[in-house]
Design a protein around this ligand. Structure first.
Ligand code: VG1
Ligand code: CO
Length: 543
């Protein structure tokens, strides 16, 4: 093997965020930038000789080039084999599935998830550990530390492989297997859900529309929804992955998935609408003229879990991120299973799933998943809904109404203020933090503050502590306002405000969330000085 050692100067800014290292494409294109980070990963993870690595990405701009570089570096750093998705494609949940199924020594996933792609867009990379999940903070901190001091990287001299041809090839002395990115994942889905019942539902005229947003889920959705489940061709829209996602923002929410939202709120809307993000781990589900919040989606899936064959034996427990509404907690309580509250980011669920403490996990940010892999999983959530619908034969709106009638409704909304100047965002957070001293006991209209804190978490499995995970203001009646800065943005700072109030009265449960939360929204502004400090009248995205 012809290994070269190339000198490099550390960049100092390669700190993985909520979900890996994410930067503008131009930053990744700087000489040695990608190589520096990949070497930092390889130096940190103690690669067993001859180990196998899983490799793939969401197909965005730079994906193919980065894969060729990583293959050469993997060969030079002692990997014996790499499994790479055909065309360089692997959705995040499919990568997790491949890591687990073939017991590889983790994987590298190339994606900036829901952030836009293309030459002006974002790129990203993250390391997933052998359990298939995102590396925990202990490892990402070590990678960052290493990236700041390393002075060279190792790479073999070898030509590019043909990423489009499945089968065995070689890079240096290392074997590379180009695999079908969809097959193993589709098999796993078929083992969890009642495909026969869903096929029957669809054959009976149930219509669905899945918006892949020109991101990675197109091929997965077409194979599973159209080919295996019999949805008519065209049920999957924007199904061809494009390097720039067709110029769109592949974030499945009410703002960016506007094409799907328009379809679902129009006359003749299909029975179910769904969308996924750049790397396929998020999901948004809609009924006809009806939006299901991700927090409610987790709760409904938990309450109906035994309808799916893979969960027929019941669930061990639920975990949700702190800002996610407590709707799932109510279901857990009724089922008599534990519910854990973790910081934001899927990496905090891994230990709980590995220890068998939880089966289902969810985040308010359109993330739902289970222990079938160690990532959130967009299509899995859509299939879970289809399975529930096939068994219950009710509309999505009716299922939610029934759910709220039993459990009450945790009225919920997230307000994002994107791309704020960093000092403005920090000023707002500082003002909230400073108010903590005087808030407890203070009344705002009908709401009286009970406690406030900066959320910190002690992992119940390994005892590791994560601090500074979001400013919480909790009111006497259990309502909450949470202020948190995003760890995935690449432009200025994004401030997220999470609002939650419980509504037990069935007569008021069907109301509009923004109206039901109006008082809390005003309180959030009064405490943070948001409008005055930012000069903005309204959030960039409301969910
Ligand atoms: C956001 C979401 C968080 C999610 C993360 C990664 O992080 O709020 O819940 O885990 O994105 O999702 P932040 O720090 O911007 O709030 V993805 O689809 O990038 O893998
Ligand atoms: Co994602």
């Amino acid at each position: 093997m012809n290994i070269r050692t190339v000198s490099t100067t550390p960049f100092g800014d390669q700190k993985p965020g909520t979900s890996g290292l994410r930067k503008k494409v131009a930053v990744f294109q700087a000489p040695n930038y990608l190589e520096n980070f990949v070497q930092a990963v390889f130096d940190t993870i103690d690669i067993p000789a001859g180990a196998t690595l899983t490799l793939g990405g969401d197909g965005r701009y730079l994906n193919r080039e980065a894969i060729q570089v990583i293959l050469r570096m993997a060969a030079a750093n002692g990997f014996g084999r790499v499994l790479v998705g055909q065309g360089g494609i692997l959705s995040t949940p499919a990568a997790s599935c491949v890591i687990r199924q073939y017991r590889t020594f983790g994987g590298l996933i190339l994606s900036a998830s829901h952030n836009p792609g293309g030459p002006e867009g974002d790129f990203g990379i993250k390391y997933n550990t052998p359990n298939g999940g995102p590396a925990p903070e202990k490892i990402t901190d070590a990678i960052f530390a290493r990236s700041k001091v390393l002075t060279s990287y190792r790479i073999v001299v070898a030509p590019d492989i043909d990423l489009d041809r499945t089968g065995k090839q070689a890079v240096g002395g290392m074997s590379v297997e180009v695999i079908d990115p969809v097959a193993d994942y589709a098999e796993l889905m078929e083992s969890l859900f009642d495909f026969a019942a869903i096929r029957e539902l669809i054959a009976g005229g149930f219509a669905l529309c899945f918006d892949a947003m020109h991101a990675v889920t197109g091929p997965y959705a077409k194979e599973i929804l159209e080919r295996r489940l019999g949805a008519p061709a065209g049920s999957v829209i924007n199904g061809v992955p494009l390097e720039d996602f067709g110029g769109g923002h592949p974030d499945p929410n009410l703002t960016y998935a506007h094409e799907l939202v328009a379809i679902m709120f129009d006359i003749g809307a299909p029975d179910l609408g769904a969308a996924s993000d750049g790397d396929g781990d998020r999901n948004m589900v809609l009924g006809r003229g009806f939006f299901v919040t991700p927090s409610d989606s987790l709760a409904v899936i938990a309450a109906n879990a035994t309808l799916a064959p893979g969960y027929a034996g019941g669930i061990a427990g639920i975990a949700r991120s702190m800002p996610t509404s407590a709707a799932a907690d109510r279901v857990a309580q009724k089922l008599g299973v534990p519910c854990f509250e973790t910081p934001t980011g899927w990496k905090f669920f891994g230990n709980l799933m590995d220890a068998g403490k939880v089966t289902l996990c969810g985040e308010e940010s359109f993330g739902t998943g289970s222990s079938h892999v160690r990532e959130k999983d967009g299509l899995w959530a859509v299939l879970f809904w289809l399975n529930i619908l096939a068994k219950r034969r009710q509309s999505m709106e009716q299922i939610l109404a029934d759910h709220w009638a039993v459990f009450g409704r945790n009225v919920y909304s997230r307000h994002d203020h994107e791309a704020l100047p960093t000092d403005v965002a920090n000023g707002i957070m500082d003002q909230v933090r400073a108010a903590f001293a005087t808030l407890p006991g203070k009344a705002f209209g009908n709401f009286r503050v009970k406690v406030c804190d900066d959320f910190s978490y002690t992992d119940p499995v390994d005892g590791s502590v994560s601090t500074g995970q979001g400013l919480r203001i909790i009111f006497e009646d259990g309502s909450r306002i949470v202020f948190r800065l995003s760890g995935t943005g690449t432009e200025g700072a994004t401030l997220r405000i999470y609002l939650e109030a419980f509504e037990g009265d069935p007569a008021r449960q069907r109301g509009d969330a923004q109206l039901l939360l109006a008082e809390l929204i005003a309180i959030a502004d009064a405490i943070s000085g948001l409008k005055a400090r930012s000069g903005r009248e309204r959030p960039t995205v409301i969910t």
